[in-house]
Design a protein around this ligand. Structure first.
Ligand code: PMP
Length: 369
């Protein structure tokens, strides 16, 4: 027997708001076609692999020392990339980095939310927003999206005005539904919000919409843009998320970050990956072209598909989505049941993977809709 296994989590004195909850986690299954966690399907180039390996080898000579606590070189590289991507000149004082954008979001709630404070999001959206709220003892205030999963701006403004959340999350493009929020709507949200507005732009590189980075100078006390290298940058395994905001907001994050949170290895590998940004991001166009093909394929088969600005698509309507999810899996295709009745989410993969997905979709269209 396993030592200590006579008790369960229910026997522990955990906080009341964590009691009965289950941990986040999409299944990590070894199946032929994995299209369930919105990763970039293109593996890193040999040049990138070699650069990461050499950079980590060099960095390893310093492993007896703590890393640069403030990751200034990496933040400088990120500022350079994001300035180029958005057309807004940013410096390292506008950037902060952490182990994935989940850690970025957690640090933001540690600084700006927490016990006695509230965070609002427009659901269905990224399911970690309420979980990170629970983890930081922030009261989660779910507001609804419209029936087509877009943001109903007038309703959103009323919710913000009446509930006065300390933090508002807007995911754009939204996961798991795929649509974006316009800059005009974002500006109205920021104007109405009493506190911080976190625009989660994890999928921004797949979208033609302008980034909320353009609002930072107008609203330096409110706007935070969260980004990640996990999606377009094909660096999910490297764990590197970042945010752009005013220098004051980054100063606030320094109050809650753990010292040396980004290892020497992580900083070196991320900087190497950034040196290959142009090459990596060239693959984004191929993913968008495949997205167009998958959407057209699904529609031709009679599926209802939500327009997507991201590297995934929400589709249906299934009579029984969990049962259909299992049928995809039984045929070797792992997609995502995000808990929306009648709908499933598929990540855009390589052409062959998308073909396999469409083949199963063709088969199920006859029985499952
Ligand atoms: N935000 C959104 C909207 C996401 O979908 C994800 C990944 N599923 C994340 C943040 C977090 O990703 P990471 O921690 O890998 O940066």
């Amino acid at each position: 027997t396993i030592p200590g296994s006579q008790i369960t989590v229910e026997d522990l004195p955990i906080r009341d708001n964590l009691r009965g909850k289950s941990a986040y986690g999409a299944p990590q299954l070894k199946v032929p076609v994995v299209l369930n966690t919105n990763e970039n399907p293109h593996p890193p180039s040999q040049a990138l692999i070699d650069d990461v390996a050499e950079s980590v080898r060099e960095a390893a000579a310093e492993l007896h020392r703590y890393p640069d606590r403030d990751a200034v070189a990496l933040r400088t590289d990120l500022a350079e990339y994001l300035s180029k991507a958005t057309g807004i000149h940013l410096t390292h004082d506008n950037l902060w980095a952490a182990n994935g954008s989940n850690e970025i979001l957690q640090q933001l709630l540690q600084a700006f939310a927490g016990p006695g404070r509230t965070a609002m999001g427009f659901v269905p959206s990224y399911s970690m927003h309420p979980i990170i709220s629970d983890g930081t003892d922030t009261t989660w205030l779910p507001a609804k999206r419209a029936n087509d999963f877009g943001l109903d701006i007038d309703y959103a403004l009323v919710e913000i005005e009446t509930q006065k959340p300390d933090v508002v999350f807007v995911t754009s493009p939204n996961n798991p539904t795929g649509g974006s929020t316009t800059i005009e709507d974002l500006r109205r949200i920021v104007e109405t919000a009493p506190g911080i507005v976190i625009v989660d732009e994890a999928y921004a590189e797949f979208s033609a919409q302008p980034s909320a980075v353009t609002l930072i100078d107008e609203f330096p006390a409110k706007v935070v843009v969260s980004r990640t290298m996990s999606k377009a940058f094909a660096f999910a395994g490297g764990r590197l998320g970042y945010l752009a905001a005013s220098p004051a907001i980054i100063e606030a994050i320094l109050l809650v970050r753990l010292p040396y949170h980004l290892s020497v290895v992580t900083q070196a590998a991320a900087r190497a990956a950034l040196r290959h940004a142009d090459d990596t991001l060239a693959g984004v166009a191929a993913i968008i072209a495949e997205r167009t093909r998958v959407v057209a394929g699904l529609k031709a088969l009679g599926y209802d598909v939500i327009d997507s600005d991201a590297n995934f698509v929400l589709f249906g309507r299934f009579a029984d989505a969990p049962a259909s999810w299992q049928r995809y899996l039984d045929r070797g295709v792992l997609i995502r049941d995000v808990g929306i009745p009648g709908r499933l989410r598929v990540t855009i993969g390589l052409a062959g993977e998308n073909d396999a997905f469409l083949d199963v979709s063709r088969e199920l269209a006859a029985t499952d809709l």
